[in-house]
Design a binder for this molecule. Structure first.
Ligand code: MG
Length: 225
């Protein structure tokens, strides 16, 4: 009977340590004037594609850098690097989420200056919700090719979301996906959450998304100035 208690205590210890490291990351990012975004979703929701489209729109307006989290491969970091933005790839070797310690190591390798850091988490709607990385903004993506009950099924993730992005809106005519239902579920879990409908392919909603990021980042130094 004591075994489940032991497991719970161990998890708390791990989370406690993560929280302390996340607080250190948050302090460091805050002092450097970096707005850090924890970008989360199920695998295949189009996080990297969305990020590529975002970098192209914001690159000349504010300093940007990226941390990519994946179980294996540096495929995503290679894609991001093509957009001329500093990037570090974190490989978790099987772990389903990023942790603050790993992110802290990545921060050592990035030019931290006033601007925006996007941390693309490992594709997973469960575990990343429990691990604070030191971010100031949590964004969850749901693509229209997924089930339209994702917020209801994964409430922990959506309860902490500052913004919920519906991605791949260009595919909506080809799928059965209730956009309003997902937005309502998200708002029920996190009242006041910002919802955005986007397509990296057509550009739908991308200006609103970029304006949202620039607004949250506040006045920052322009690149080269
Ligand atoms: Mg990716």
């Amino acid at each position: 009977m004591s075994e489940p208690v032991f497991v719970t205590v161990l998890e708390r210890k791990v989370l406690g340590k993560n929280d302390a490291l996340a607080a250190a990351n948050r302090r460091r990012l805050g002092e450097a004037g970096v707005l850090a975004i924890n970008l989360m979703s199920a695998p295949g929701s189009g996080k990297t594609r969305l990020l590529e489209a975002t970098l192209d729109r914001l690159r000349d307006r504010i300093p940007l850098c990226v941390i990519e989290g994946d179980v294996q491969t540096d495929n995503d970091a290679r894609r991001i690097a093509r957009h001329g933005v500093p990037v570090v790839q974190l490989i978790t070797n099987g772990q389903c989420h990023l942790e603050a310690a790993l992110v802290g190591e990545a921060l050592d390798r990035l030019p931290l200056r006033p601007g925006i850091l996007v941390i693309e988490n490992v594709g997973n709607l469960v575990c990343p919700a429990a691990f604070d990385l030191g971010e100031s903004l949590r964004v969850v993506c749901v693509s229209v090719t997924e089930g339209d009950d994702k917020p209801e099924k994964y409430p922990a993730m959506f309860r902490k979301a500052d913004a919920v992005m519906l991605t791949k809106m260009d595919l909506l005519p080809h799928v059965e996906f209730r956009v309003e239902a997902v937005e309502e579920q998200a708002r029920a879990l996190r009242p006041g959450v910002r919802t955005l409908r986007t397509s990296a392919v057509t550009g739908e909603g991308m200006e609103a998304w970029c304006d949202f990021l620039l607004d949250r980042a506040g006045p920052r130094t322009a690149p080269g100035s």
